[in-house]
Design a protein around this ligand. Sequence first.
Ligand SMILES: Cc1cc2nc3c(=O)[nH]c(=O)nc-3n(C[C@H](O)[C@H](O)[C@H](O)COP(=O)(O)OP(=O)(O)OC[C@H]3O[C@@H](n4cnc5c(N)ncnc54)[C@H](O)[C@@H]3O)c2cc1C
Length: 237
Amino acid sequence: MTAPAGGWRTATVAGLRRPIARSVELRLDVHDRVDHLPGQHYVVRLTAEDGYTAQRSYSVASAPGDPLVELFVERLDDGEVSTYLADVVEPGDELEVRGPIGGWFVWDGATPALLVGGGSGVVPLVAMVRHARALGRLDLLRVAVSARTLAELPYADELVEAGALIALTREAHGIRPAARLTDMDLLPLWEPGQTAYVCGSAGFAESASQLLVGLGLPPASVRVERFGPSALELPKR
Ligand SMILES: Cc1cc2nc3c(=O)[nH]c(=O)nc-3n(C[C@H](O)[C@H](O)[C@H](O)COP(=O)(O)OP(=O)(O)OC[C@H]3O[C@@H](n4cnc5c(N)ncnc54)[C@H](O)[C@@H]3O)c2cc1C
């Protein structure tokens, strides 16, 4: 039997790693899975014994060809859902998920793109990088990512290997001193005809988008995904 598209599904936690502090990488075996496109996300819904539910969105880090769906969750100290996923979930546990979701923040695998991510906002961009690598088309992507330190940058090794510009705000990286992402960082990555994908906190997304438009990218070519609380995600009783 096929589950209806868009409905809630059960996902078994097939793998769990903590590659960097204060975060967890979950590899999910999603039952009756619908293939995702790079950039899409899932919603994870937790239900307490008294029926209280909370749901949050998490971008997919894995490429479409991966048999498992990989999520990367940054643990927020006072976070309702991220603390549960980071501290409580174990391999073999089952989670309720809905997805894949999103039709705008999606890379088609064929057109030039400039990816700009901050913190855990790099997660959907990693799916795009992995997809490009699987297609043998890493040449289509230019990548710039930002974090406080290299140790706090999710998927740092893969991003470095993909040639990403790494902007660290609290430490130098190579010859680049500690500083926020600037237009001078992005200028060498910009090429006419690119679509830009910007993902991170609301503040990061706003400033990175402004840098790109300031460089000359048409605003319509800049696609933005903001991580943060959303009205749709308020817990329900
Ligand atoms: C489309 C989409 C994709 C996302 N993908 C990812 C992802 O791949 N990995 C990931 O870790 N997160 C991702 N997020 C953010 C995620 O949905 C949650 O907002 C985050 O995990 C916090 O949930 P929580 O229940 O732990 O915190 P909450 O209990 O909701 O909030 C706790 C406190 O943190 C604040 N807060 C909430 N969210 C954030 C945030 N993102 N950053 C800083 N402060 C916040 C709240 O205002 C509150 O003060 C995504 C969000 C969206 C909309």
